[in-house]
Design a binder for this molecule. Structure first.
Ligand SMILES: C[S@@+](CC[C@H](N)C(=O)[O-])C[C@H]1O[C@@H](n2cnc3c(N)ncnc32)[C@H](O)[C@@H]1O
Length: 742
């Protein structure tokens, strides 16, 4: 396939309203047709906007013929081969009137071709006049995956020597079973899109670009994508953007509320008029004097006697607000409740809910921020922490800014979610531990990011929102919430049981030969052990992990770089009929040497390494070699070991080998080679890649450079013990061998 059909075209700009049909033709269709082998002139020309007389219809008494104009007629050897109609990104091309129109071009007496296609810049759909449903459909941003098939069907060669067109089999070259995990997704910073940023705050949010890449990589359009710990809905929304079906589940009703009201299509004119009406009414009647406030508090409902968690600075939800804030919020909510249209009401109440983040006593701004740019203590400190200097913000001003943000998000989403396809998204309150509405073996891909132990108590921290929004949370929800600590003071065992049950459920609902990507971050290896064991027990095969940093460093991380991890690993599992289990290695007393060895290896390799980089490498090594259990028993926290043996640079936040210090590891050079060699070869075999000797040496030498650098001959002899030659100069890990390092 051509290296880059669309150059460095950025598909995110398609969501902008200025990207219309002419941009689709210019930026996308023209390069696509040239790459297929058509040109403006020559043997296989592109005829633009050819006028055709309508075969039946005429206008007026003069019987003037109506003309029909297909955007592109593709000719092969001077004969019509197929037609293509361009549409604006907002138009629907899978079915409906545009498809019928393109069909009428294809069967026109002056054309008579069997194939016709439509492209709206986002999607490409190819039809045959003999079938109602499209033959072939894909998202243009995924063209690399579909190019070979497209070329086979539509390049000039496909039409040569083919007097009678045979409808191609609707086969796909997409082979789920032989996929390998994607590489780390780079440049995710600063790629904001309105559908995720600013629409409504939530505790954590996956980088949408990463989620998109994983969904594209592991699934095809129309596949069913599940996230049972859905949070702010990045998985479900990106699945919809990519033309997949999705199921979003979360135990927190706030999560379901956000995702539903953000995605649900709405009548923008009605929304604008209802918003203006509420604004006018609010400015006229807003309670401001003491007596008005007192009266409003008796008239309009607000959350009463709802207890906050033990570590909150105040006891009850209403104490998180001044009487004025309470009265004004209650009045605004009352006005929104008068809206009849369900989708408009949903959008307005989503704006109201977003406003709660700023209009409360826990709202903090830092000295560097302008007044309205802060966050509630709930998102900032994961605690109901009343601000030392609470700020009294103007509600109407911030309600307007909520409107602007939600509107921007919904306008961007309008391209991908409309009343026809909204039903492809299932957004449900439920528990990952029992996916009761999902049948066995029906899901094509799972991307999920569960809670990380006791880091965030989701239900406790959502009390303020859930109580204002009248969203019920039951005792059973608290029982099922997969966290440590919280209201029920759950133990590590409770947490691991709940995670284990959810992994079993994910296994049940996933089809065979399909993938689950599990995002996790924790510096205690015990938690990794829980996940990997639960996944193996359920029947998953571990297929490799990728370290993927988040786009934003949390406040907690800035405060305490030693204990909070900002990076995360995405661990990939496949559901296969005969899963290979991870080997277990008997390392006995050598754990410390092995840990030091790994740390020194990463530091040497990266010329200084952060806590995340060290932790990620240790966890990956421990998974690959099956010593997670021992690691978790001995090193629930590696920070003391790091601080004792390595120097820390405050500016770069990296650990280094202290100057003039000898290499710590006591492991023999052959074993050190074996350790890094095996890890590399296992990763390569997961990626189905055979390596040359040069590649191998190039990869493992940096890990070894801190000690006595070994001869290539020594590496070769270790290699011969554990790998087999493939072809002339390639090596492949020898599976099922007896593994023991020491
Ligand atoms: C790390 S967050 C997910 C964030 C999400 N990936 C995003 O990008 O916004 C974890 C979520 O799991 C939810 N959760 C906790 N226990 C659950 C359970 N048993 N079933 C379903 N969801 C649960 C929490 O409410 C929270 O929204």
């Amino acid at each position: 396939m051509p290296v880059e059909i669309f150059g460095d075209f950025n598909f995110d700009i398609i969501a902008e309203s200025s990207f219309k049909e002419d941009s689709v033709r210019e930026e996308l269709i023209n390069p696509l047709l040239y790459n297929l082998g058509y040109s403006a002139s020559g043997l296989n020309p592109i005829l633009r906007s050819k006028s055709l007389a309508h075969p039946v219809l005429t206008v007026g008494s003069s019987q003037r013929k109506i003309t029909m104009i297909p955007d592109y007629l593709l000719m092969v050897d001077s004969k019509p081969a197929w037609v293509l109609d361009a549409k604006a990104p907002i138009e629907k091309i899978e079915s409906g009137q545009h498809v019928e129109q393109a069909y009428s071009y294809a069967i026109h007496p002056e054309i008579r071709v069997k194939l016709y296609a439509l492209c709206n810049g986002r999607e490409f759909a190819l039809f045959s006049i003999e079938n109602d449903k499209y033959l072939f459909y894909f998202h243009l941003s995924e063209i690399e995956k579909y190019w070979d098939k497209l070329y086979e069907l539509l390049s000039p060669n496909a039409f040569k020597n083919q007097p009678v067109y045979v409808v191609p089999k609707k086969s796909s070259s997409f082979d789920y079973a032989s996929l390998t995990p994607p590489r780390r997704v780079e440049n995710i910073k600063k790629q904001g899109v309105a559908r995720h940023f600013g629409a409504h705050p939530y505790f954590t949010r996956q980088a949408w670009k990463v989620v998109q890449e994983y969904i594209k990589h592991f699934s095809q359009p129309n596949d069913l994508i599940l996230d049972p710990f859905g949070g702010s809905g990045v998985t479900a929304i990106e699945a919809q953007v990519l033309g997949r079906r999705s199921v979003h589940i979360d135990i927190n009703p706030l999560s379901v509320f956000i995702v539903k009201n953000l995605s649900q299509p709405v009548d923008f004119n009605l929304l604008a008029s209802e918003f203006s009406r509420i604004k006018v009414d609010f400015s006229k009647n807003v309670p401001t004097t003491e007596s008005q406030i007192a009266e409003a508090l008796t008239k309009y409902p607000y959350p009463k006697d709802i207890a906050l968690p033990r570590d909150a600075d105040v006891g009850f939800v209403e104490e998180l607000f001044t009487p004025k804030q309470l009265a004004q919020l209650a009045f605004l909510k009352h006005l929104i409740q008068t809206v009849k249209d369900e989708a408009v009401h949903g959008s307005l109440i989503l704006m109201f809910s977003g406003l709660l983040n700023k209009i409360n006593l826990t709202y903090h701004t830092s000295s560097k921020q302008t007044i309205g740019q802060g966050d509630s203590g709930i998102f900032k400190y994961y605690r109901y922490r009343v601000a030392p200097k609470p700020i009294d913000l103007d509600i109407l001003h911030y309600f307007q800014s909520r409107y602007d943000k939600v509107l921007k998000a919904k306008k961007e989403l309008k391209l991908f979610v409309n009343s026809d396809n909204f039903s492809r998204m299932t957004i449900e309150k439920g528990t990952a531990t029992q996916l009761q509405n999902i049948e066995n073996e029906t899901v094509d891909y799972i991307y999920t990011d569960p809670p990380y132990g006791k880091k965030i108590q989701y239900l406790d921290l959502s009390i303020m929102w859930n109580s204002w929004l009248d969203l019920p949370v039951t005792d059973e929800d608290y029982n099922l919430e997969a966290i440590e600590g919280g209201k029920l003071n759950k133990s590590k065992d409770d947490y691991s049981d709940l995670l284990g049950q959810s992994i079993e459920e994910m296994f049940r609902v996933l089809k065979f030969n399909r993938w689950m990507s599990f995002v996790f971050a924790h510096k205690d290896p015990a938690y990794w052990h829980i996940i990997v064991e639960a996944a193996e027990k359920a029947g998953f095969e571990y297929m490799g992990a990728t370290s993927q940093s988040n786009d934003k460093v949390s406040f907690k991380k800035n405060q305490n770089p030693y204990t909070v991890l900002s990076g995360q690993l995405i661990i990939n599992f496949k559901k296969t009929r005969n899963p290979r289990t991870i080997m277990k290695m008997d390392i006995g007393e050598n754990i410390t040497s092995l840990v030091i060895e790994t740390i020194e290896g990463v530091i040497a390799h990266k010329n200084g390494a952060t806590l995340e980089e060290i932790n990620d490498e240790l966890v990956m090594k421990a998974i690959e070699f099956g010593f997670l259990d021992i690691l978790s028993q001995k090193y629930s926290d590696i920070t003391p070991l790091l601080n004792q043996n390595f120097s820390y640079d405050e500016t770069t936040k990296k650990y280094h080998i202290p100057q003039n210090t000898k290499f710590k590891s006591r492991i023999d050079v052959n074993l050190r080679i074996l350790y890094f060699l095996k890890s590399y070869l296992i990763r390569m075999s997961q990626q189905k890649h055979d390596s040359t000797f040069d590649e191998i040496v190039l990869h493992i030498m940096p890990f070894l450079k801190n000690g006595i650098t070994p001869e290539e001959q020594t590496i070769l002899s270790v290699l011969e013990d554990i790998a087999q030659r493939v072809g002339e100069d390639k090596w492949r890990y020898r599976e099922h061998q007896q593994l023991s390092l020491f």
